[in-house]
Write a protein that binds this ligand. Structure first.
Ligand code: ATP
Ligand code: MG
Length: 177
């Protein structure tokens, strides 16, 4: 076994699988006895399966939801309320990173929050660089900011080749939510 070193992972791109990849990594980490926190920066309209599955894992996998829901792209710009919620979520996430309670922190949709101006990329990257050395962090969401890409140890760009939505298949329980 090698030396323990905290990594910064980014899952981005327009294909489906970013949050799923983060949860898959969390599942693996929990199996290794690591403690994981997932902070969701954008709340979806569904009740996601991972919220309940997380509870089944006890203290090993915690999820905190912040944000008021999807800001519809193109039709609605994030308002002051969204900015405030994202900032509060970020402050909480930074505190959690320094609490010593977690080995891995997932910042789900933090890329979205940055892209839509709810969080400053400079600030996020500075805080990530200043995190405890052992801590793994996973950032998800489309349009990863270049500063975050530069700071990351690993970046995977998940590209859409096909998606069942395109042929009219609705979101399926256990796949989408
Ligand atoms: P998942 O949570 O399923 O891993 P994701 O995190 O990669 O997806 P998001 O950008 O967070 O994707 O979008 C969340 C929702 O949008 C999911 O229900 C997903 O199925 C759907 N979705 C993701 N990618 C696409 C796509 N290319 N076309 C249509 N819908 C998509
Ligand atoms: Mg996602």
């Amino acid at each position: 076994m090698g030396e323990r070193r905290g990594l910064l992972l980014v899952y981005t791109g327009n294909g489906k699988g970013k949050t799923s990849a983060a949860i898959g990594t969390a599942f693996r980490a929990v199996g290794q006895g690591l403690k994981v926190l997932m902070v969701q920066f954008i709340k979806g309209s569904w009740h996601y399966g991972e919220l309940d599955a997380g509870k089944m894992l006890g203290d090993s996998f915690q999820i905190r939801v912040t944000g008021r829901g999807f800001v519809k792209i193109g039709t609605e710009k994030p308002g002051p309320e969204d900015v405030e919620l994202a900032e509060r979520g970020w402050t909480e996430a930074v505190a959690a990173m320094h609490s010593g309670a977690y080995d891995m922190v997932i910042l789900d949709e933090v890329n979205y929050a940055i892209h839509y101006g709810m969080l400053s990329a400079e600030r996020v990257v500075a805080d990530l660089r200043a995190r405890p050395e052992h801590l793994h962090v996973i950032c998800t969401g489309r349009n990863a900011h270049p500063l975050l890409v530069e700071a990351a140890d690993l970046v995977s760009d998940i590209r859409e080749i096909k998606h069942h939505y395109k042929k009219g298949v609705k979101a399926q329980r256990g796949i989408e939510y």
